[in-house]
Design a protein around this ligand. Structure first.
Ligand SMILES: [Zn+2]
Length: 135
């Protein structure tokens, strides 16, 4: 069983207040995929692993914590374009924006992992659309 709670956060960049789902607990049934993707039920908790400030677009695992130089990335035109990329799910855009911030600060491991998470979001959406008979 997966439990979520909504937590009120103050954005470290712009000060806006917003509510975000945080994971309280989850279960895992089975083994992770070869790429490290967790099995269900934990597999369906990606939406609790990234937060997106609705005011300034800051994307981070915890938007109440400031990441040095994040504001430079968030204000860039490439970041803003990625944040509203209509071809991808919003959750994937948030992970890719966090990846851009991590790349800006030189944390390439976290940047790469955020891209993998974005790919998982896209894969999950494709799987769900296929189950619903939508192409
Ligand atoms: Zn903000």
């Amino acid at each position: 069983m997966t439990l979520h709670a909504f937590i009120r956060k103050k954005c470290a960049l712009c000060g806006a207040i917003s509510d975000h789902a945080e994971l309280i607990s989850t279960s895992y049934f089975g083994s992770p995929n070869l790429d490290g993707r967790p099995p269900p039920l934990g597999r369906w908790t990606l939406d609790t692993q990234i937060q997106n400030c609705p005011s300034c677009g800051y994307c981070a695992p915890d938007i109440s914590e400031k990441i040095d130089r994040a504001s430079v990335a968030v204000k860039s035109s490439s970041y803003k374009k990625q944040l509203r990329e209509p071809e991808l799910p919003e959750l994937a855009d948030a992970f890719l924006c966090f990846s851009m911030i991590m790349e800006k600060v030189g944390n390439y491991a976290k940047a790469g992992l955020a891209c993998v998470h974005a790919a998982w979001v896209c894969d999950d959406e494709t799987t769900m659309l296929a189950r619903e008979g939508v192409e």
